[in-house]
Design a protein around this ligand. Structure first.
Ligand code: ARG
Length: 467
């Protein structure tokens, strides 16, 4: 021991008083988390500052001690941000590294910081702070992307494309309407994040190791200082559950699944076979061997990265499933999946924010594909129904007309009235050609939620209000 009674900081110095031998070297590395949890340093320091202020308020720390601790912690934050902090595996995790450095810097007063606190409530607090801020950033990225979708949808309220079922051309729709389907998916994802935030933003500190602490902590004070909406009700639950992280990963997985579906469409649509859209060159890459290639790597990667986020959800569910109350070291394994889920979703939303505003529809190619697909066949059946033909009969008449058009290699509207009427004669008259037109078909679906250009414009203006 040194003269001022402060042993050289190490995990051994801080928490191995009851042991008769040092930690096995392999075990030390195996149990350490500092390589990945050091990214929680800001949250850890903010939590410690709020805790120290609270200890001062309840007279565990006097003003001078509190000041010393606060400025010591601020100095440590500066050291970390200047890249001058010496992270040590021997000190296990972010919490012990910072606390130990505090003691090294300010001496014995630093040893008072951990009064009435455990790393169990400390780490739970850090992760909640981290995730709350991450969620806020993700919500902001989603809001930007939602805005970009409304812009593109508005510009393409009249752009006609084939709508698909079974990936077969089904009925004419507007490109704007298709984009607003993406909008609805992502808006629900954003709502889910907003809702989960309420359950993330609750303070565990005060739970200490698991049972609470005899110091009568002012938990409301700490919650307010850190911007939490409330305080965890039960100390065992506070230190042991990670359901808020699991819920986040579930939302992230679902969001990625949505983004993956969009991206699958972008990959298809930007292919030579579809040719519906051009993606900006700066979001595509070339081939090392085929000079003509323009590969949609960004949407492909987003589609691919969905797998890892789905995997992280399963990691966390499995991590939690057999843990008895309260804290178990298993929980240290929550961080890497959670961090990667956040980073991956963040990266994918950033990429889409760069790309979506610059998607160029190939209006002619979309129109051609809509015409080729006999997509107004249903309109013809509906027309016959309005002329009092039972729908099942109408379906059959139209089926025969389509077969004729296919045989002639022509669109439906190129057939004469005689050909369209077939054996049924007379029911179909001149007014059918308006019904068979693409513009007529989409304009007819003019109701709330329908594909008519007029409805797309209304949906866009409602969407802006919902943002
Ligand atoms: N690094 C640990 C974690 O991530 C901090 C909590 C450690 N608590 C303990 N009792 N060993 O969970």
């Amino acid at each position: 021991m040194s003269a001022n009674n402060t042993p050289k900081p190490s995990a051994a110095g801080l928490l191995r008083g009851r042991f008769s031998e040092a930690t096995d070297e392999f075990v030390e590395a195996f149990t350490a988390s500092v390589s990945f949890d050091q990214r929680l340093y800001r949250q850890d320091i903010a939590g410690s500052i709020a805790h120290a202020r609270m200890l001062n308020k309840i007279d565990i720390l006097n003003d001078a001690e509190c000041e010393q601790i606060l400025s010591g912690l601020q100095d440590i934050q500066r050291e970390i941000e200047a890249g001058e902090f010496n992270w040590q595996v021997a000190l296990e995790d972010v919490h012990m590294n910072i606390e130990s450095r505090l003691i090294e810097r300010i001496g014995d007063t630093g040893k008072k910081l951990h009064t009435g606190r455990s790393r169990n409530d400390q780490v739970a607090t850090d992760i909640r702070l981290y995730l709350r801020d991450a969620v806020d950033e993700l919500i902001a990225l989603e809001t930007t992307l939602l805005g970009a979708l409304t812009e593109l949808a508005e510009q393409n309220a009249d752009t006609i494309m084939p709508g698909f079922t079974h990936l077969q051309a089904a009925q004419p729709i507007t490109f704007g309407h298709h984009l607003m389907a993406w909008f609805e998916m992502l808006l629900r994802d954003r709502e889910r994040l907003q809702d989960a935030r309420k359950r993330i933003n609750v303070l565990p500190l005060g739970a200490a190791a698991l049972a609470g602490t005899p110091y009568k902590p002012d938990r409301e004070f700490v919650a307010q200082a850190l911007g939490f909406d409330g305080v965890c009700e039960n100390s065992l639950d506070a230190v042991s559950d990670r359901d808020f992280a699991i819920e986040f990963c579930a939302i992230a997985a679902l969001t990625m699944t949505h983004l993956s579906r969009w991206c699958e469409e972008l990959v298809l649509w930007s292919s030579q076979q579809f040719g519906f859209v051009n993606l900006p060159d700066r979001f595509c890459t070339g081939s090392s061997i085929m000079p003509q290639k323009k590969n949609p790597d960004v949407p492909e990667l987003i589609r691919g990265k969905t797998g890892r986020v789905n995997g992280h959800l399963f990691s966390l569910l499995t991590l939690m499933k057999s843990q008895p109350l309260a804290y178990n070291k298993d929980n240290q394994e929550d961080k890497e999946p959670l961090f990667d889920a956040v980073d991956t979703l963040h990266g994918c939303l950033t990429a889409l924010n760069g790309m979506v505003p610059h998607i160029e529809p190939n209006i002619e190619a979309m129109r051609e594909a809509t015409l080729k697909g006999y997509t107004t066949a249903t309109d013809l059946a509906d027309y016959l129904v309005r002329k009092n033909v039972p729908f099942r009969d109408a379906h059959e008449i139209v089926g025969r007309a389509v077969a004729q058009a296919v045989a002639k290699g022509m669109p439906l509207e190129a057939l004469s009235l005689e050909e369209l009427n077939g054996a049924h004669g007379g029911v179909i008259t001149d007014d059918v050609y308006q019904v068979l037109s693409l513009a007529g078909s989409v304009a007819a679906r003019d109701h709330f939620g329908g594909t008519a250009p007029n409805q797309v414009r209304q949906a866009v203006s409602r969407a802006r209000a919902r943002l």
